[in-house]
Design a protein around this ligand. Structure first.
Ligand code: FAD
Length: 470
């Protein structure tokens, strides 16, 4: 019940969940402090289009201050949260502490390498704008290096792209690399204009896009094939190092010489989840997500909530909420309603997840969508995909910019955001040609790949955002 004092809500994380919670806390009785270590909100579903030069980073990111410029009860702080004092009710940042009456943790997730974090340098994932621009640099640099390369075998390695994990992110990424190659190689390159890049999509499980109906996954495989991407299922990656990816398929070990590797095989909760769970005496699941109660609060801590990708929320018995945007948005709105209702001494109805379907796109005119009993593919699914994505991008001008880029690319094949940025762009290409020991890497034999420190990543490793419907 309200005591007349302004209630302080600290929200950690300005992703889908935290942003929606802050937007929904529209009451002068509540003072919101939104803390994020980045000054912007990122529309993660379009990161792959930044990574493949279709969109610029700024098209899919919005400064958090801009979002809340008209909201007097919201302050935005650029800080990194490192710890929590649940007794003193403090959020501890690198710089200072912030007191709260209610805490909402929405710190999202990060790439999960299943114990092989050393693979990250070679096979970056796609979670942030930095990841997207790193991948963009590597993908574009690979085409440039192939153009310079005289040795056919080495050129082939430059033109081989391996995407590990065939959930929606992996599928979209593989399709987008194919689309990029198709649009730039014949027109803009001279020496490799006729080359057909090899795009390999490796999946540990038996199916790609496991949350979609079989006929849709079949349509996705066909669309990928049209873009030059080959799907290999049942492949458990055992080694990733500069210039080489090895995987086990049944009893056989295979190795591929590839300069560009993308990790899309799984995500796990932000380390802040474990920090909070330790402070609260709560549990985290094997993916590092914090186990929450039916109202997203922590057991024994009704004033501490965890939402979004970081929450392990059991929607129905044994079925957790998927780590995608809709549950994050709905949880953000629900927790805001709950906080405001409590201030008025009321209890809102229990949270019910409204599953609005899942979709993925695989290049131009090729997408799949599953909404309840209905399934769509091809042009209709593509239209639905575009409409939904435009709807959820922050800020009208970003929506218009994205739409303009999509239309331009659709009609002309142009990709205007193809910048190789970063001081080490060139160095990365050159260094990437060689192994750790400075020895040039050529396609390795199976026995070579099998030796060394190989440790398999679990089959069916695509989890969370790649495992759940979207
Ligand atoms: C490449 C990709 C494609 C995707 N495509 C789709 C899709 O098509 N459809 C779909 O529904 N979902 C998609 N998803 C999943 C969806 O983006 C996530 O489910 C959603 O972003 C989760 O929202 P969140 O608020 O929990 O976390 P996030 O959006 O990850 O936000 C977390 C925020 O917390 C901040 N933060 C983290 N740690 C700290 C700290 N210590 N201190 C301060 N701030 C911190 C971060 O900077 C970030 O802003 C995709 C995800 C990825 C990565």
């Amino acid at each position: 019940m309200s005591d007349g004092r302004v209630h302080r809500v600290v929200i950690v994380g300005g992703g889908f969940a935290g942003l929606r919670a802050a937007k929904s806390l529209r009451s002068p009785a509540v003072q919101v402090t939104l803390i994020d270590r980045r000054n912007h909100h990122v529309f993660q579903p379009l990161l792959y289009q930044v990574a493949t030069g279709l969109l610029s980073p700024a098209n899919i990111a919005t400064p958090l201050r801009t979002v809340f410029r008209r909201r007097r009860n919201v302050e935005v702080l650029l800080e990194e949260v490192v710890d929590f004092d649940l007794v003193g009710k403090l959020v501890r940042c690198r710089g200072r502490d912030f007191p709260y009456d209610t805490l909402v943790l929405a710190a999202g997730g990060r790439n999960h390498y299943f114990g092989r974090d050393d693979w990250e340098a070679v096979a970056p994932g796609l979670k942030s704008l930095e990841d997207a621009t790193t991948l963009r640099r590597r993908i574009l640099s690979a085409f440039e290096a192939a153009e310079l390369e005289d040795d056919p075998e080495a050129r082939e390695a430059w033109l081989t792209f391996v995407v590990i994990g065939a959930g929606p992110t992996g599928v979209e990424m593989a399709g987008a690399i194919g689309e990029l190659a198709r649009s730039i190689l014949p027109r803009e390159f001279r020496r490799i204009s006729a080359a057909r890049p090899r795009i390999l999509l490796l999946e540990g499980g038996e199916d790609i896009l496991s949350s979609f109906a079989v006929e849709l996954t079949r349509a996705a495989v066909e669309s990928l094939a049209r873009l030059g991407a080959t799907v290999r299922t049942g492949c458990v990656v055992t080694e990733v190092r500069p210039g080489l990816v090895a995987f086990r398929r049944g009893e056989a070990i295979e190795a591929v010489a590839a300069r560009t590797v993308v990790w899309a095989a799984g995500v796990k909760g932000s380390p802040l989840g474990s920090v909070l769970a330790l402070a609260a005496g709560s549990e985290v699941d094997p993916s590092g997500r914090v186990k929450v109660l039916a109202d997203f609060s922590l057991p024994g801590h009704p004033d501490v909530f965890v939402i979004g990708d970081l929450a392990a929320y059991e929607a129905t018995a044994g079925r957790p909420l998927p780590g995608v945007a809709q549950p994050a948005l709905q949880a953000g709105a629900y927790v805001a309603r709950l906080i405001l209702a409590r201030r008025r001494g009321r209890t809102p109805p229990a949270f019910r997840y409204d599953d609005r379907g899942s979709m993925a796109t695989i290049g131009r005119n090729a997408a799949i969508a599953q909404v309840g009993r209905f399934r769509f593919s091809g042009f209709i699914a593509c239209g639905m995909w575009m409409f939904i994505h435009l709807l959820f991008i922050e800020q009208c001008h970003n929506r218009l910019l994205v739409l303009a880029q999509w239309l331009r690319s659709y009609f002309t094949g142009a990709r205007s955001a193809r910048l190789i940025e970063g001081a080490n762009g060139e160095g990365e290409v050159l260094l990437g040609s060689y192994g750790d020991d400075g020895v040039r890497i050529y396609p390795a034999s199976a026995s070579q790949a099998a030796s060394g420190r190989s440790r398999p990543v679990g089959a069916g490793a695509s989890t969370d955002e790649d495992g759940g419907p979207r």
